[in-house]
Design a protein around this ligand. Structure first.
Ligand SMILES: Cc1cc2nc3c(=O)[nH]c(=O)nc-3n(C[C@H](O)[C@H](O)[C@H](O)COP(=O)(O)O)c2cc1C
Length: 158
């Protein structure tokens, strides 16, 4: 079975988890990046993120190549922004044919997944969507979700 890990990460938390997961599964990796950059100031970023989520904004992604046909399973990893996946992941999921795919969403967050799980299911019409793995990070940006939990989650994919 061939697996692809697709991730979006603004500040590195999701990148670290996604890369580790990909290594453990020997999966292919695709990082999606936005064309525009986001502000460094956390308060400005939070405000902008809120507005993007509220309006359903779809940021343009830098060009990438992916052939989803090649993969039986896809892991989609993204940070939670205002109780849902970050807008860049929304852009990635949109307009693709997910039918028949097994999708394993992973969401890094600071403690509130919100409606991320149901939003993933809605965005991935036709796919078999596994329960979302929540990977939490503390204020100090340290991962608080134990690695054993991630390893356990990986066994449903392998
Ligand atoms: C705009 C914005 C909104 C956020 N909203 C939430 C949220 O609703 N719930 C939560 O638990 N964490 C929230 N966070 C924290 C991030 O989900 C968390 O820090 C994540 O691990 C960042 O991933 P990254 O380093 O890969 O970008 C938010 C962060 C940002 C920047």
């Amino acid at each position: 079975m061939k697996t692809l890990v697709v991730y979006y990460s603004l500040t590195g938390n999701t990148r670290a988890v996604a890369r580790r997961v990909a290594r453990q599964l020997k999966a292919d990796v695709l990082e999606v990046r936005t064309v525009k950059t986001y502000p460094d100031d956390i308060d400005v970023l939070l405000g902008l993120g809120k507005q993007e989520v509220k309006t359903g904004y779809l940021p343009q992604l830098q060009p990438y190549r992916v052939d989803l046909e090649k993969y039986d399973a896809v892991i989609l990893a993204a940070p939670v922004w205002w109780s849902t996946f970050a807008p860049a992941m929304k852009t990635f999921m949109k307009g693709k044919d997910w039918s028949g795919k097994k999708v394993y969403p992973l969401a890094t967050n600071g403690g509130t997944l919100g409606h991320t799980p149901s939003d993933f299911r809605r965005a991935l019409k036709g796919a078999e969507v596994a329960p979302v793995l929540s990977v939490e990070f503390g204020e100090d940006r340290r991962q608080t979700t134990p690695e054993t939990l991630i390893k356990e989650w990986l066994t449903i994919i392998e």
